[in-house]
Design a protein around this ligand. Structure first.
Ligand SMILES: Nc1ncnc2c1ncn2[C@@H]1O[C@H](COP(=O)(O)OP(=O)(O)OP(=O)(O)O)[C@@H](O)[C@H]1O
Length: 240
């Protein structure tokens, strides 16, 4: 049963965005429910990152609306985002996780408990006291996931979280994302990696040149995409 204070579903209505006189999103509409990960896929430049930033409130819509099933301040407090390249504080691994918890008003003892639990989840407990900026790229991304997970968001946005990682680090991040999804966190992520989408998605939103051409359960999408552009993308034919 859905918790009474959920911020989902998320309703996206005729959402537009333009920058420098160029229309990047042309009025996209869809809804996102609780459940398995929603993966936004599409070619480079389709507008995936811009869409995620609009959903998370980092960019103001040029038109249309992003509506959560809760008041805006509650919706903002119950969501988090991880970017392609994490920005880490010049502090220890543990301090990087604890800092946003302090900002969120979590008491010190609970902060330490949550930081430990989150570092365990991503396999960084043994590196808790290491300077965060000395971690490898893959470890830094796992730390960014721990930092977000410690906030216990209902919705976690991930923007190409494995873009700069090697296959092994990518697999580790995917396992963490799958574990978070199993724990009930709603994952909304972008990727242009079809294999990753197959491994993680419960449903797919296919974005092409600023338009949603398909929104479907993952098994259906991968077995029989309806949009010709989606079929071409899955075959590796569609670069743009
Ligand atoms: N602030 C901005 N000002 C101008 N153009 C922008 C801005 N942000 C994004 N764009 C342009 O909007 C288009 C969509 O960008 P976006 O980063 O959302 O694509 P994407 O689907 O995430 O691509 P990729 O897979 O390469 O990350 C691109 O052509 C990009 O250059």
């Amino acid at each position: 049963m859905r918790a009474p204070d959920t911020i989902l579903p998320l309703l996206v209505e005729a959402l537009r965005f333009a920058a420098g006189g160029v229309e990047i999103l042309h009025g996209v509409s869809f809804s996102i429910e609780a459940g398995q990960p929603t993966v936004v896929i599409g070619p480079n430049g389709a507008g995936k990152s811009v869409l995620l930033r609009l959903l998370h409130g980092l960019l103001p819509p040029g038109g249309g609306a992003v509506r959560w099933a809760a008041a805006p301040d509650r919706a903002a407090a119950r969501q988090a985002m991880v970017f392609q390249r994490p920005v880490l504080l010049r502090r220890s691994v543990a301090a990087n996780v604890a800092y946003p918890l302090a900002l969120a008003g979590i008491a010190p003892r609970e902060r330490a408990r949550r930081a430990e639990e989150a570092l365990d989840l991503v396999g960084l407990a043994a590196l808790a006291e290491r300077p965060a900026r000395r971690l490898s790229g893959g470890e830094q991304q796992r730390l960014a996931l721990a930092r977000a997970a410690a906030l216990r968001p209902e919705v976690l946005f991930l923007d190409e979280p494995c873009a700069s990682l090697d296959p092994s680090a990518t697999r580790t991040v995917e396992e963490i994302v799958a574990a978070l999804a199993r724990r009930g966190t709603k994952i909304v992520m972008t990727t242009h990696d079809i294999g990753q989408a197959r491994r993680l998605a419960g449903e797919v939103i296919f974005l092409h040149r600023g338009r949603v051409l398909e929104h479907a359960p993952a098994p259906r999408f991968f077995a029989a995409p309806e949009a010709p552009e989606a079929a071409a993308f899955l075959q590796g034919d569609l670069v743009w």
